[in-house]
Design a protein around this ligand. Structure first.
Ligand code: ATP
Length: 228
């Protein structure tokens, strides 16, 4: 569960990206973060996985207060949070299998468990047959499904996705949404920043709209609400 209270974020250059945000997100929810460019969506997302620190207010994730957490504890927090980026961020020289296994090797899982879990997540994203390929041998949609597999291989409680379909065509984007829905079906919280009106209006979920650093709207089964 995520609880933000009166969260502010002012960057070093003086720009205030979040200006008093309070919100609760329960375990298992699927939430879209929408809003105009520069409104503060990525900042909101980055605060959750502690890529950025809040300038004020509290952010509690699964009972850990991110405003107080010591730097050396940040890796523990991140074990509970998988992240998916617009540009996939796969390591180009490694195979699909190695890209996913890497996330488990750094936490010193046993080789046996690594093999089992990598194959399990490849099954979830429907790409078991591509385990030996390198990222440049895959389509954009396949690469994004691999990055979802990598994000979930640790069984995180939360998956954060910042514009995961931003580089993909509309049909491929729908596939990615279906993949994220299946991850959500297993109880994982999904928080997804998006500019896709088509997706938000088609796969109805909670919609949190951020405008000028504040929450302008928070609706269950909401609409995208902006012209594109
Ligand atoms: N590292 C940074 N340093 C300084 N200012 C920043 C930084 N990151 C973001 N900002 C500023 O904070 C504001 C909010 O940016 P943010 O990236 O959160 O918006 P966004 O809603 O995700 O936008 P977009 O939809 O264009 O990705 C913007 O004015 C941006 O210029």
């Amino acid at each position: 569960m995520i609880a933000m209270k009166d969260v502010y974020k002012t960057y070093a250059n003086g720009v205030t990206a979040l200006n008093g945000v309070s919100v609760d997100i329960q375990q298992g929810e699927f939430v879209y973060i929408v809003g105009p460019s520069g409104a503060g969506k990525s900042t909101f997302i980055k605060l959750i996985y502690r890529e950025e620190k809040p300038s004020g207010g509290s952010i509690i994730i699964n009972d850990i207060n991110l405003a107080e957490i010591k730097e050396k504890k940040v890796p523990y927090l991140r074990r509970d949070i998988g992240v998916v980026f617009q540009d996939f961020k796969l390591l180009p020289k490694l195979t699909v299998y190695e890209n996913i296994a890497f996330a488990l090797e750094v936490i010193e899982e046993s080789p046996r468990n690594i093999r089992k879990r990598v194959m399990e997540v490849l099954e979830v994203v429907g790409l078991k047959n591509k385990a030996r390929f390198t990222p440049n041998e895959l389509s954009g949609g396949e690469q994004q499904r691999i990055s979802i597999a990598r994000a979930i291989v640790n069984h995180p409680k939360i998956v954060i996705a910042d514009e995961p379909t931003g580089n993909l065509d509309p049909d491929t984007s729908l596939d990615i949404l279906r993949t994220l829905e299946s991850v959500n079906d297993s109880g994982t919280t999904i928080i997804m920043a998006t500019h896709s009106k088509e997706i938000v209006n088609r796969f109805k979920k909670r919609v949190i709209a951020i405008e000028d650093g504040i929450i302008a709207r928070d609706e269950q089964r909401g609409e995208y609400g902006y012209e594109v």
